[in-house]
Design a protein around this ligand. Structure first.
Ligand code: SF4
Length: 162
C-alpha cells in the first residue's frame, strides 16, 4: 500500500498563492514559435526529437507568433533576417520570452569580425532572456537554457509583467 493511498479520498484543500499557480502553469507550457535560422537550428531540432524530447518540459512548437510565448533564435542573424525577427517578436503577445541560442545569435559568432552582413548579437534588436553559449550548443545546453527560462518565469511577478 502506497504512502498516499486514501490520503486524497475526502475533499482536501490546497492553499497556494495564485501568482505561484499561474507561473507554474505558464512555465510548464511555454509554446515556442517554430523558427530556425542556421546550423544551430539543427541542434534545436535534435533537442525536439525523441532522444532529448523538449516536449516533456512543456515546450511545444507553434507555427504562428500570435499563439506563441517564446522564440529560440537558433542561428546566424543576417541583417536581412533581423527585420523579419523583429516583426515576429512584435507579433507575439506579452508576456514573451527569447532564448538566444549559439554564438551567432549571441554576438555574431564566427562572423564577428568580417561578417558585414551579420548582426552582432540579436539583443541589438530584441531583448534576450537567456543566452545559450556554443557553436553550436549541444541539446543538453539548450535544455539547460530552457530550465533557466523556467526559473525566471517561476520568480516573475505578473503584476509587473502584465
Ligand atoms: S553559432 Fe556556429 S553552429 Fe550556430 S549558427 Fe553560428 S556558425 Fe552555425
Amino acid at each position: 500500500m502506497g504512502l498516499l493511498d486514501k490520503e486524497f479520498s475526502d475533499g482536501n484543500i490546497v492553499v497556494a498563492n495564485v501568482e505561484d499557480l499561474l507561473n507554474w502553469a505558464r512555465l510548464s507550457s511555454v509554446w515556442q514559435l517554430g523558427f530556425g535560422l542556421a546550423c544551430c537550428a539543427i541542434e534545436m531540432m535534435a533537442t525536439s526529437a525523441s532522444h532529448y524530447d523538449f516536449d516533456r518540459f512543456g515546450l511545444i512548437p507553434r507555427n504562428t507568433p500570435r499563439q506563441a510565448d517564446a522564440i529560440i533564435i537558433s542561428g546566424t542573424v543576417t541583417l536581412k533576417m533581423a527585420i523579419r525577427i523583429k516583426r515576429l517578436y512584435e507579433q507575439i503577445p506579452d508576456p514573451k520570452y527569447i532564448i538566444s541560442m549559439g554564438s551567432c545569435a549571441n554576438s555574431g559568432g564566427p562572423y564577428w569580425e568580417h561578417g558585414y552582413h551579420v548582426l552582432k548579437g540579436v539583443d541589438r534588436i530584441i531583448p534576450v532572456d537567456v543566452y545559450v553559449p556554443g557553436c553550436p550548443p549541444r541539446p543538453e545546453a539548450l535544455l539547460e537554457g530552457l530550465l533557466k527560462l523556467q526559473e525566471k518565469i517561476r520568480n516573475e511577478s505578473l503584476r509587473k509583467k502584465l
